[in-house]
Design a protein around this ligand. Sequence first.
Ligand code: BGC
Length: 815
Amino acid sequence: MTDTVPRIPRRSALRLIGGAITVAAVPSLAHARSGPAPRVEALLARLTLDEKISLLHGATDPRPLGQAGYVPGVERLGIPPLRLADGPAGVRVTRHATALPAPVLLASTFDPGLARRYGRVIGREGRALGQDVLLSPMVNLIRTPYAGRNFETFSEDPLLSAHLVAAETEGIQSEGLIATVKHFALNNQERDRTSIDVRVDERTLHETELRGFEAAVAAGTGAVMGAYNKVNGTFACENEALLTGVLRERWGFTGFVMSDWSAVHSTREALPAGLDMEMPDGTHYGTALRTAVRDGGVPEAYVDRAVRRVLAVMDRFGLLDGTAPHRPEPDAAAGAAVAREVAEAGATLLRNAHGTLPLTDGGSVAVIGPTGARPLVSGGGSAHVVPEHADSPLDTIRSRAARVTYALGEDAFGKPLPAGALAPALDSEAHHVEAGRTWTYDGTLTVTEAEEWTLVLHYSGPHPLRPKVLLDGEELFPLVPGWSEYFTGGLLTHAADGLSVRRRTMKPASGTHRLSITAQGGEAGQLFRLRRITAATRAEDVTEAVRAARAARDVVLFAYEDAIEGQDRTTLALPGNQERLIDAVTAANPRTTVVLNTSSATSMPWLERTGAVLQMYYPGQEGAAATAAVLFGDRDPGGRLTQSFPAGDDRHPVAGDPRRYPGVDGTQEYTEGIHVGHRWYDAEQVRPLFPFGHGLSYTSFAYEDPEALWTADGLDVAFTLRNTGGRDGVDVPQVYAGPSPDVPLDQPVRVLAGYRRLTLRTGEERRVTVRVEPRTLSSWDPDVHDWVLGTGTRTLWIGASSRDLRLRLDARVGG
Ligand code: BGC
């Protein structure tokens, strides 16, 4: 068997420095031209300063397709405009597109081949939908379980992230769409993302976060997006050490760097530092740049350098000479097939007790939970895609089981206010204000029992026209400046009929409260309703769920957590009343499978009471079919965790140290150093709830006869894998490597060194070889600012997760 995990193109040469073997970065020429491209240079010579500057910043698209960015072309010279669309899980424009599973679910497949195909779907659709540049993939490491965009990225592990980003980038660009790896670098949290100063040492930077970016560059990414945050005191978008030192000089990047949206702070700093393009407008790279060039503050040579880089990428993709392939028609069926395959392949079975899964056809099933009926397709923010379609898991399960009941169990949208609560009486369920009109209500709300109330406002108008609701003079749903007003997606921001939703939880005293509402019809009229969730309505929902659970043989309880760009979570617990719901339902019926539609790690105090737990993240538009295929055993759950799931909020790498997370006085320190993710759990001997790499199959596997051989290309680790169970199934054996005795640096207890995803028939046996790259066995030596190969005898483990290590052997590295 040969290794099918793609090797990251090697641009490193082994060399000897002072007796130690180091791996030196050699600038890649693979994607560079030999010398300046004549077409680009000829254009540059003819462009006026204003035209050059217009190519370096975003502008308003005269024919907008709903994409995030636009750069006008220069028509007189045949330079076409660029349209730039998000994002990581599909093409985000106004039109429908394939909503692929969240990247974290793709990563869970441990299958770079699938990542390439996922990229190809987006690449083709992006071009079909009029786009030239894709604002994806995102490869920032999962450093904290709270980070709001953990669903949009791949993993806590640098090696796995690097393999996936390289393969996806190749896939996107093979269809003629320019990929943008983002957010360079260290945008590992949403909290304070536009201002936080990340302090990190050189070694940590290279051994953790940068590896994925380097892999994307080696795979030929046309563009890089700079991050919002600061890195060691300087904003990432004006950080010369990163944008020029690392990206250009060390890695040989020849594409262009754009800012994240409104992430530029200074014309005079950013352009010389190596930021080529400002997005989405010309705040700093428009008139301000022209003035800076004219007054000598920014030499025009920097403008030329940036324009050259933009044009060079356009040239490489055939956009300057008309050789770009014709824009294809969208192929929704092909997109759907890949979306489904990825969702099935990434489905991660965390627990399966007493043979709870797979379910048998024709049984009786109670489906519980809001995302059981209304599919949670994708996370919120710039990664949200308007799906081609999305079936309900409930309908899919109905087509398989003989008897299916449904109970909501957890209500996020509220129940109508009780009759008589409002005086004068008001139909709070659906109130319509006509266009141009203003409607007001002044009355009272009577609360009979002092308990927690969540008032839920549903409204159709644009956010600035959100109805004003005042309780005892306090405005309950004020406009909050920030991302959350703009980003949609996920489950919670919109009701099933599309109305925007805002919630406010409070504890009003029993008695009568003054309530006033002012709603404006605006241009299109406004529909709104006011609802509530109380302890009593919650209890009713749980009671109904328990009733359904008791009456069925099996229960499938869909639990959710709704992440959105721009904000972090504050707890690992499931939101709302879901923990109590799971407690009650599992007490009523232990054959309960909890399906998690969550963004990242979740704490599970209820775990032992469940029959099974299936992690599906945000499974995309084909999520319902994929979930059912795994629940009913048509597919073996072949996904594995790409991040450690902590046992609780106090037991993970950034717990209990605000300097690590979320930062103190605007600064945070990555003091866990190279011990990111599973490496931290090993270094600190902390037991995770579920370790990195964990995921169960419906069959079982044995690992035998390991051997390892150092070759000129790295370490070949071989072993025999046997399917010892009664079903065909998928396994993802993983190779971990211990420290080198020859490197006098603090090294991880174990690093992920390689892995394979394999499907074996029952009883089948296969000899498997995993190639471990020299880079994976190297450390960054801060004294020589370079990689040093970790030679000597190193321990290797082969296992089913970072904590299920089945075989151990020693191998010599470096001959
Ligand atoms: C996000 C980027 C995204 C951009 C354009 C920003 O807020 O951080 O990832 O590509 O918006 O939508």
